[in-house]
Design a binder for this molecule. Structure first.
Ligand code: F6P
Length: 545
């Protein structure tokens, strides 16, 4: 097993050069022409696994292009890299850490030895502690300081300590119990006030989630909430109402949280990949241990698929390679993610952190600046809302925006009228994006409408749709905790594959540090404790505050 990831820029791979040449050759060919040229196109561009269908046929790629992308993955030694990650090699080199969020949803329970210790028993023990605690809160056995049951939960955290849990709690609304679970992330005092509105301290549980227990936003919110709480409750009540999730047990104790109410996490779980760990406590509170376990199991199943499936049928690998195809060979800057369910309206925001914090890098694993593009800009919203907002630009704008369409065959509440409309939009959009509307079609439509001839000529160019817009369709049977787990894990592995091929380190996030450092200096200035030299723009802005 290799202990670290290889170090070779993709431009040195034979397949990279071949892909550049191939792109030039097939660029004039439309997606529809690819379909016409190859009767068996779906043989290699249609993937089925468990209750997932992934149709990648509506892309500007032919069979040869797919094969070259697979060669690229092989040249990058993807198989060995997957093995390295899952077996706990320290592939997060700049932080000297292993990357083992996958161990948290490991289905086979076989030992995983890290630095001489099998980490699986400790993972299981922490999970048992989470499940037992959540069962007590949900059943009402856990009481607030005045003897009343907990009715509200507030998760205090930011970034990976907020986005994952909040997105999943929202996504699993259908599976939720009676607890009202809220999230406070922003350091903005107004946000804080809004979240606390109407809360009864006697019946509210605060879960402070911070891997480092060092994050300004989280600690300020936790401290202010603690003061708000102590205005109404005695100090001894903290034990019933404040829970922590962190790697930093010393700091949680200093905050006044007893070790028995502290849920540990390990440094080999990255913040943006941490919802599977104790960071998912709020999820477990919201939906209960059984659904939380199903979420983990769904992710675990996708892990096995990623590890064991040949690359040509491997969903995360294929999605990663297609994304590289547009990013590096077509110059696409961004990717849209469009879930056709309101439950997943925050999936794009969650994946923004996962993808952009991971692969937004400009230095290679050799420490040298890169001369090719890395992480894409991720954006999107739920369909059909997006259709009435940004779809105009995807259909008729000047930019190339590959898009993932994520949909579910079955609705959760069984309203078939609405579900049929939703799915008709889901399917129609990808067809429309690929086919567009030609000038001849527009003219034929005008003819039938009987519109004045001059007007017809004037309007025709505005009504033409170029088409040839690429999409991936991810069609899943039903939104369940398990399918959601698989979906999230699918994107996690996509990130890994791309980072490997781009020869970058996906699991650090040094880029967020500079702003944090400067903010603490500027805070001193705003509070009149110190002053520093700034550029004229910053100085003038500060003078206005
Ligand atoms: O924004 C940077 C970051 O380190 C994220 O990676 C992380 O998810 C977030 O801050 C929160 O960090 P913590 O859990 O340590 O409070």
């Amino acid at each position: 097993m290799q202990k670290t990831l290889p170090n070779k820029p993709p431009s040195k791979f034979k397949a990279w050069k071949a892909l550049q040449d191939h792109q030039k050759k097939i660029a004039p060919r439309s997606i529809q022409e690819h379909f016409k040229k190859d009767d068996n196109r779906l043989d290699y561009s249609w993937l089925e696994w468990e209750d997932f269908i992934v149709d990648v046929s509506k892309n500007r790629l032919d069979r040869k292009g797919f094969n070259l992308l697979l060669e690229l993955a092989n040249e990058a030694k993807l198989k060995d890299a997957i093995e390295a990650q899952f077996s706990g090699a320290k592939i997060n080199v700049t932080e000297d850490r292993a990357v083992l969020h996958t161990a948290l949803r490991n289905l086979d329970h076989s030992p995983l030895i890290i630095e001489g210790v099998d980490i699986i028993p400790e993972i299981k023990a922490t999970q048992e502690k989470i499940y037992s605690f959540c069962n007590k809160v949900i059943s009402g056995e856990w009481k607030g300081y005045s003897g009343k049951e907990i009715t509200h939960v507030v998760n205090i955290g930011i970034g990976g300590s907020d986005l994952g849990p909040s997105m999943v709690v929202e996504a699993l609304e259908h599976y939720k119990n009676h607890l009202d679970v809220r999230f406070i992330s922003n350091v903005e005092g107004d946000h804080h006030e809004e979240i606390l509105k109407g809360l009864n301290p006697e019946q509210t549980l605060f879960v402070i989630v911070s891997k480092t227990f060092n994050t300004q936003e989280t600690l300020s919110n936790a401290n202010s909430i603690r003061s708000w709480f102590l205005k109404q409750a005695p100090e001894t009540a903290i034990v019933n109402h404040f829970i922590a999730v962190s790697t930093n047990i010393k700091k949680t104790a200093a905050f006044g949280i007893s070790p028995k109410n502290t849920f540990p996490m390990k440094d080999w779980v990255g913040g943006r990949f941490s919802l599977w760990s104790s960071v998912g406590l709020s999820i477990c509170l919201a939906v209960g241990p059984k659904h939380f376990q199903n979420l983990l199991n769904g992710a675990g199943k996708m892990d096995l698929h990623f590890q064991k499936t040949p690359f040509e049928k491997n969903i995360p690998v294929i999605l990663a390679l297609i994304s590289i195809w547009y990013n590096n060979f077509w110059g696409a800057e961004s990717e849209a993610l469009i879930p056709y369910t309101q439950y997943l309206r925050n999936l794009p925001a969650y994946l923004q952190q996962a993808i952009m914090e991971s692969n937004g890098k400009s230095v290679g694993r050799d420490g040298k600046p890169l001369n090719y593009q890395t992480g894409s800009i991720i954006w999107g919203s739920s369909g059909t809302n997006g259709q009435h907002a940004f779809f105009q630009l995807i259909h008729q704008g000047t930019k190339l925006i590959p898009a993932d369409f994520i949909g579910f065959k079955k609705s959760l509440k069984g309203n078939s009228d609405h579900q049929n409309k939703l799915l008709s939009n889901f399917i129609a959009q990808t067809e429309a994006l690929m086919k567009g509307k030609s000038e001849d079609q527009v003219k034929a439509e005008f003819k039938a409408s009987g519109l004045d001839k001059k007007q017809q000529e004037k309007l025709t160019p505005f009504k033409v749709f170029e088409g040839n817009k690429p999409t991936n369709t991810i069609l899943i049977n039903k939104l369940t905790p398990s399918s959601l787990g698989s979906l999230i894990a699918m994107y996690e592995h996509k990130i890994f594959v791309q980072g490997l091929i781009w020869n970058i380190y996906s699991y650090d996030q040094w880029g967020v540090e500079l702003g944090k450092q400067l903010a603490s200096k500027i805070l001193d200035e705003i509070e009149g404790k110190n002053s520093y030299n700034h550029d004229p723009s910053t100085s003038k802005l500060l003078s206005k505050i």
